[in-house]
Design a protein around this ligand. Structure first.
Ligand SMILES: Nc1ncnc2c1ncn2[C@@H]1O[C@H](COP(=O)(O)OP(=O)(O)OP(=O)(O)O)[C@@H](O)[C@H]1O
Ligand SMILES: [Mg+2]
Length: 510
């Protein structure tokens, strides 16, 4: 294994954007038959490295050399890179939701017969690829009907259809549950033995520990070190990433848990496309001042739907049940109602719902609470600036200034902007849906500290997370969802992992 051939090599690569040097003298290599992980904090430069290999930033837009099979690769486009056998699955999924699985896989290189798409050949070829990635779905199913885990497998099938020898995955599991992640990682390992080498970027260091043959650590656009297999442990990677050991993963909190702040009774929500199908079933939940309540459950257990329905979003018409704020009934028929009732929801899906990517950081931060910035009928620009700059400092958002366009921020830093937006509202009930998805270990700590501060201010926080250790580390109480219902709840102090897991899967076993 050690002596295996170098497939792809970066030699002294530099890449800048206006005002930012994203990569400085980056050199590393990917060898034949290995999984190489790139690890580093948010904004370190990982996605930029990947976009160079993928032809998104063409030759000429960077300095240095990218060498494939010993020859200088000068990709001018994504197509060039694909032709050379590199398939990149980017941080945000790029499938067409309203096309079938088969059509997505062969988009851009369709099977043509007599000038038309040959449906039969397409479906047959797709079926073979689906079997290879272990996805048991018919090729004509619309991608929009699949969960993210399955969509990720479609992405890989698509990559394989192009006969990729190098698979590059940018945070492929960040939106997946444990089971789907495990399946994906197994697939990557299995592909390795079939001659497909991979580069993977992930903030889930336990996964890296499990799957990577080597880890290249990036910090501030530079390669810090490359760890061989035997040195790959979570703690060791963290030390490389942040430049020191991190002994505590969770900051301590001294919040007083007070009166009941929010109570929801018999809360039922229906599927937006199928009004006869309940997706949240008679949920009862209460949150007190200063309390952090964790909602755990498998993907599809109804946690996000519950939070969205409480936030008056999309399910607004079809809800039954009662909600009370500090003992008084409230109505949350729309987002506006919810915000007025002091409820904020930070979405798990920042691209769809959370941010206006084309606008700057300051606009995005103030968006949900513009009224707080109005003085004499006008928006107070100076204050808008100082609020945004304040969050940039407090959340350690890596950006040049509050005037930077959000689309130019790295994924994790976009996430922090979205959280800032909800921090800035007056809300006293804060629903956080996967708040640390795609966030590096150091920044997670900062986000936990902010959650603590909110609780210390007497707010009630509801935190949805697929990472059980995070809920156990952060919450006062855990509520387990299974199949749209509350399957059980307990103070975190009494929670044991096995019991929680049992409750999580209870719904699907009966
Ligand atoms: N199009 C762009 N214009 C300006 N700056 C950019 C652009 N793309 C990336 N950057 C900057 O380059 C740096 C590296 O970003 P990159 O997206 O590669 O980080 P990353 O390591 O992938 O982070 P994350 O873990 O948050 O996804 C960041 O400072 C980012 O703001
Ligand atoms: Mg990235």
């Amino acid at each position: 294994m050690e002596a295996s051939r170098v497939l792809l090599e970066y030699r002294s690569v530099w890449k800048s954007f206006p005002g930012v040097i994203a990569l400085r003298d980056v050199s590393f290599d990917l060898r034949d038959g290995e999984v190489l992980a790139l690890c580093g904090e948010n904004g370190a430069g990982k996605s930029t490295i990947i976009k160079l290999a993928g032809g998104i930033y063409p030759a000429g837009s960077y300095d240095g050399h990218i060498v494939l099979d010993g020859k200088e690769a000068e990709f001018r486009s994504v197509r060039d890179s694909e032709k050379a056998g590199i398939a990149v699955i980017h941080q945000e999924l790029a499938l067409c939701q309203n096309l079938s699985i088969a059509d997505n896989i062969f988009l851009g290189h369709e099977h043509i017969k007599g000038g038309l798409i040959d449906e039969k050949a397409t479906e047959l070829a797709a079926a073979k690829l689906l079997a290879r990635v272990g996805l048991h779905e018919a090729p004509d199913v619309l991608v929009g009907q699949l969960g993210v885990g399955k969509q990720q497998l479609v992405e890989i099938a698509k990559a394989l259809s192009k006969e990729a020898r190098i698979l590059v995955l940018d945070e492929p599991t960040s939106a997946l549950n444990d089971e789907d992640s495990a399946h994906l990682l197994d697939l990557i390992s299995q592909l390795k033995t079939n001659g497909v080498s991979s580069i993977i970027v992930s903030h889930k260091l336990n996964e890296i520990e499990r799957i990577a043959d080597r880890v290249t650590v990036i910090r501030d656009g530079q390669v810090i070190e490359t760890l061989p297999r035997q040195e790959i442990t979570e703690d060791r990677i963290i030390r490389g990433m942040v430049g020191r050991d991190m002994s505590h993963r969770f900051p301590s909190r001294c919040a007083m848990i007070g009166e009941e702040l929010l109570r929801v009774e018999d809360w039922t929500a229906f599927h937006p496309d199928d009004p006869s199908r309940k997706i949240v079933k008679s949920v009862n939940l209460s949150v007190r001042n200063g309390e952090v309540v964790g909602l755990c459950g498998l993907v599809g257990a109804g946690r996000t739907e519950f939070a969205l329905s409480l936030f008056g979003q999309s399910y607004g018409q079809n809800i039954s049940g009662r909600a009370y704020k500090a003992g008084l009934p409230i109505s949350v028929r729309s987002v506006r109602d919810a915000i007025r009732s002091g409820i904020a929801y930070a979405t798990e899906d920042r691209k769809q719902l959370g941010l206006i990517l084309g606008a700057d950081v300051k606009f995005n931060v103030s968006l949900a609470a513009l009224q707080r910035l109005v003085s004499g009928g006008l928006i107070d620009d100076t204050r808008e600036w100082s609020v945004a700059e304040g969050f940039i400092r407090e959340m350690a958002i890596k950006v040049q200034s509050a005037a930077a366009q959000v689309s130019t921020l790295s994924g994790g830093n976009q996430q922090k902007v979205m959280l800032s937006k909800w921090m800035f509202t007056d809300a006293d009930v804060i629903l956080l849906d996967e708040p640390t998805r795609g966030i590096d270990v150091g920044a997670k700590y900062e986000i936990y500290a902010i959650v603590n501060r909110l609780a210390e201010q007497g707010k009630g926080v509801v935190m949805i997370s697929s990472e059980l250790p995070e809920l156990l580390g952060m919450c006062d109480r855990i509520v387990v969802f299974a199949e749209g219902r509350v399957a059980g709840e307990m103070p975190t102090a009494d929670a044991d992992v096995e019991r929680v897991m049992q409750l999580m899967t209870k719904g699907s076993q009966t």
